[in-house]
Write a protein that binds this ligand. Sequence first.
Ligand code: HEM
Length: 344
Amino acid sequence: MADPKLVKDIVEALDIRGGSTKRRPVHTVGIGATGHFIPSPVARDFCIAEHFHPPSQPEGIPVDVRFSNGMGVVAEHDGWSDVRGMAVRFHLTDGKSTDLVAMTLPVFFAPTPKKFLDFALAARPVRCRRETPWQKIKDYLRLELPMPDPYPGQTERPNEKAIAFANENVWAQPAVIDASSIGAPTSYVRAMYHAVHTFVVTGKEEETRWVRFSWSPIAGVLNTDPLKPPEDDYLKQDLIDRLAGDRTERFSLVMHIGEEGDDFNDSTQQWPPHRKRVMMGTLTLNHVPEDQEAHSEKLSFNPWHLTPGIEPSGDPILRIRKDVYEYSSNRRGGIPCPFSGVKG
Ligand code: HEM
């Protein structure tokens, strides 16, 4: 078990002014949807976990999905540049389940929990202002990119402090640079999501592989035009419209296979892009439940909620997320994660 003080300190470092302890401290605004997952014909050769077995029902196994905006801002801010989340729960047989929690950054901000705490404290959102044209010219003369203009309604943001921290801490640079220019997707189903950590999967012949998972949208990736930021509140309605009647949206689950020399325990390190990839299956979304309290607000996903055939790597960030997510879920009164042993 992780140091309980560190867990509490990390969650509290994520709390922002105007946030609420009755809601998630990050990924606060979100929407739940339901659907099903069908594994690809080769999936089971690479991973014997139950959701990669040929399903007993033709429609596949049921899934709950929650899409979210990464910041802890409670007000709708869909048009702002922000990381987005996609948390998936696969419902297996006998009431069991397993989770895959992903976001639109391919790497994380820190290699260890203590370093993440330092980052979270240093990069707390601060008041942001539009830079004057003179300031922007000065930035260019210093060979620095000017800060982007704040979005309508945006008074605070982490960008300034996060960039200053990354200037001093090279491990934070890939995620901070990606996050500061990530933009806003036109739809939650037009973004690519990465589970970031390495997991260890067991194949049909009992061989083990070190892998990373990503969800690739069948509709393709498309961001909004940053010069014409859309409304603050379009992503939920977009999903409701896209799944109305018998309409569906799909994602492919892609598994990247690590090779010798790749970092398996440090999620700030990206693997080379040409690693072997296996198509593990297709997730089809077909419904946005009306009861969003039960299907989004109260749900508690956890990246440690795994099933035989998939093991965690030694990544210390993955390890502390187990306790951080439980602490946060208890604090906000979420339905306990199935592995906690507490009945919801
Ligand atoms: C030490 C590192 C991290 C910390 C401390 C952290 C913290 C948190 C916390 C406290 C929550 C709210 C949990 C709840 O109340 O249910 C959360 C949600 C979330 N996090 Fe993280 N996180 C970390 C790393 C990551 C990484 C690496 C990813 C992407 C793979 C990620 C993606 C998400 C997503 C998508 C949600 C929303 C889940 C939902 O919809 O319920 N986080 N995170």
